[in-house]
Design a protein around this ligand. Sequence first.
Ligand SMILES: Cc1ncc(CO)c(N)n1
Length: 223
Amino acid sequence: MRHSDWIRSQNQYLWEAMQTHRFVTDIEKDQLPLDVLRRYFFFEHAFVETAVLIFGHALLKAPGFAQQRKLIATLSALSEAQLVWFQDCFAALGIGTKGSPLPKAVDDFATGMLGIAEDGDYAAIVTIMMAAEWMYGTWCMRAHQHPSTEPMLRAWVQLHAEPDFLSGADWLRAEVDREAAALDDAGRMRLADLFGRALQLEIDFHEAAYDSTWPVPKAEGNA
Ligand SMILES: Cc1ncc(CO)c(N)n1
């Protein structure tokens, strides 16, 4: 069994909880409420800069140039293509750029993931990003078999079901496998624990999109 498979198996309950989260099942049933989707994209956009910082910590702690090159490419995609994507997405769905202070679960996701990246080593960072990306790749591949009728949501799910993204998730798995092989049982258990923490933060982040008390930011200058 690959170390990454073992880490996931240690967190089977949380893995299933995320794979069957109502955010995921609503998308699979093509019944995600539009305001939930707008809130979600607003929170996702806010997370891009944090993701850059997390991968930045990975870059500084990477064991070699091969890893650095891969992380530079990831950072470039996040800071260029990803930001352009959100501009189009916000325009299409009438989402404003200014919103209320982020809900606690969204804040906690950012500070929790960034905190692990700041305090942890390279193995810790690739483990939490593996949790995030493997989890997305899995449900998006499944969901994309029945594409959503909402164009931006369909495109977003497709983006996370395509080779570019999936190969990034596979690369993280390979990095975790290699790092975990050099650890003892306690070290591997520590990675399994971090994987679980990342999944719990993800679960709470996606639940926050359903908080109807958090007002959807409307695009400026539009009715
Ligand atoms: C919240 C969240 N988790 C994971 C991913 C996958 O990259 C994402 N785009 N957003």
